[in-house]
Each structure stands twice: as C-alpha cells, then as structure tokens.
Design a protein around this ligand. Sequence first.
Ligand code: ATR
Length: 274
Amino acid sequence: MTDRYCVFGNPVAHSKSPTIHARFAAITQQDMDYEKRLAPLDGFTASVHAFIAAGGRGANVTVPFKEQAFRLCSRLSQRAERAGAVNTLLFEGEEVLGDNTDGAGLVRDITHNLSFDLTGRRILLLGAGGAARGTLEPLLAAQPASLFVANRSADKAEALAAFFNSVITVNGGNFAKIAGKSFDLIINATSASLAGQTLPLPPGIFAAGSLAYDMMYGKGDTPFMQQARAQGAERCADGLGMLVEQAAEAFALWRKVRPETAAVLADLRTQINA
Ligand code: ATR
C-alpha cells in the first residue's frame, strides 16, 4: 500500500512541499503519496489524529501550527526541543515523534549549496521569533566563532541569546547594539518584509567576503537582499534552498534515504522566476 504523508498549514494552498516531495519520491523510487491538508485554526490536533487514523505515516507542519505540533508530540528530537517548535512529524504506532528540520536545512543550504563554511565565522541573526529560534541549535553546532541575535524588541533577543549561550558566545540586543560590529554571515529571520518594511541596519556590518542570507524567498532579489547588497554584502542568497533542504531532511527521516536536491532546487528556481 502507498505510504501517505502531508503538510498541515493554514493557509496551505501556496505550499511547495507536495511538489518537492513528489520529486524526491521519484528520484529515490519510494512508493508514497504527499498531499496538502488545510487544518482549521482551532482544529490542528483533530486534523493530525484524523490523518493518523486514515493511515498517515508522517507529516510536515507549517504556519501557524509549529508550536502546537511541538505540544502534541509524545517524543521530541533534541533540536525540536531546543527550537520549541516542530515542522516534521513521524507516526509510529501510538507514538507521535516530533523533529525540526528547519535549522538543519538552513545550515545545509549555506554550507553545501552555497559552499560557505560556518566554522569560526561571526554570525548575526536578525529576528528573535519562531523562525530565528528554530535555526539556533544547528547554527551553533556548526562551530561559529560567535553569534549575535539582533531584534526590534531587545528583550526577546536577550532572552533567546541567554537560552542558547554556551561554549559559543551568544549575545543579543536591539539593532542599535550592532553598530560598530561586523559579521561574516547575516541571516534575516524577521518577517519585516511581509509588512513592506526594511530593517534599521547600521552601516559597516557586512565584513569583507560576507554572505547575506534571507530566509524568505521570491522572484528575484528579496528586499533584504537588495538592502544587504547596497550596504556592502559580497554575496546574497534567499531561502529557497533552505526550503528544499529542510524537506530533504524530513524525507530522510521518514524514508531512511536522502534525496539529491540540486535538480529539484534548480527547477523550483526556474518556476519562481518564470
Ligand atoms: P516567525 O515565526 O516568522 O519568526 P514571529 O515569531 O512572529 O514569526 O517573529 C517575527 C519576527 O520578525 C520577530 O523577531 C519580529 O520582531 P519583534 O520581536 O520586535 O516583534 C520581527 N519583525 C516583524 N516585523 C518587523 C519589522 N517591521 N521590523 C523589524 N522586525 C520585525
């Protein structure tokens, strides 16, 4: 029987996950089906249980259900635990296992697809919401020199930095706190561009050879990429690679086989720019 998977979201119509997973299944010759499931805003848990009852083997979870998914799981991976959010579910008997592949997807895109080594680098993470938090554990595992969390509300950045501060120094504060500092990798994990706003980034924060990475993506350069280029970032990337890599990580968890991502990413890029 064909194994069933899905993505839960609200809205979910825009999701590219079914296209990505169908390609992965074809590449790795897996007998599986992957669909979109619109969960009601007040009915996420019931939707998950209905899918399990219908034979579902696993699922992805997107906005706005990642925190609810975290609470629903009977077991969590360490990175999901630290992220406080779950984007990948695996159903095994009575157990609902939760993982978070977003951060690993980001790190894989940066280190593998963009060939940017994170070891010993100074990282600036912009934003302190759910998207930012999900990336911290995998970013720190890549052994950067330091990581600074900058956010519009300083208290959220400071709390997040304190939670993740470890062998690798993690500091946090508002955007004014990064004036006079420079970084090798600057990641935008804010949702500012959704509101059509740019970030108040002080001049001089992009070090020579730096990479500006926007977790958002779209046709052409995102507003953050345009801003970063204008302020001296040498290289810029959007989050399409992260989307594909987090999916590959989830697929590997479910199917125990890791799909090649390069062709899938290239085709998605062509579609988006068409
Ligand atoms: P997500 O799950 O996408 O991270 P979130 O948890 O609501 O969503 O977090 C949104 C992030 O974008 C926050 O860091 C938020 O800053 P605040 O904590 O100060 O609210 C940031 N953000 C949203 N709009 C912004 C704007 N116009 N300028 C700067 N930061 C913004």
